[in-house]
Design a binder for this molecule. Structure first.
Ligand code: ZN
Length: 141
């Protein structure tokens, strides 16, 4: 449902980037990265298991990134080394990429086709998932 995106990314989200730079969200994240067990992260739309906390990785120095797409929508992405509950669709492209040198491809939930984020791949074959954190829910194993 599109309104779940509105809930996570209200117009005021433009100001959240400032909060993030001041360290609120980053501190929260550091804590969670260290203290986290291996909880499952499931699709917010259908609860299909997508990935796990243990697959959270850092790219360009941090796990969580806040981006704007060309239409001005804000996305909070978490980087994951793997995500077995989703699949890629469409062409892989470097256009408007948020990670230098990485081409992106749209990633959808394999059960309900909800847009979960993007798969990023470099020419060297290195790859990772940038998943929309608001589209994932944490579940006990
Ligand atoms: Zn789903």
């Amino acid at each position: 449902m599109t309104c779940s995106y509105r809930k996570h990314f209200p117009a005021l989200a433009l100001f959240q980037e400032t909060d993030l730079q001041e360290g609120t969200a980053i501190e929260e994240l550091d804590e969670s990265e260290e203290g986290r067990d291996d909880k499952s992260l499931v699709c917010a739309g259908c609860l299909n298991p997508i990935t796990r906390n243990q697959y959270r990785i850092s790219k360009q120095g941090q796990h969580k990134h806040v981006f704007f797409n060309p239409s001005g929508l804000v996305f909070e992405l978490g980087c994951f080394s793997t995500a077995s509950g989703c699949f890629q669709t469409g062409q892989s492209t470097l256009e408007f990429t948020w990670f230098d040198g990485y081409a992106w491809q749209i990633t959808l939930c394999s059960a309900c086709n909800l847009h979960l984020g993007w798969l990023y791949r470099s020419r060297e074959g290195d790859g990772f998932y940038g998943l929309i954190l608001g589209a994932l829910l944490e579940q006990s194993p």
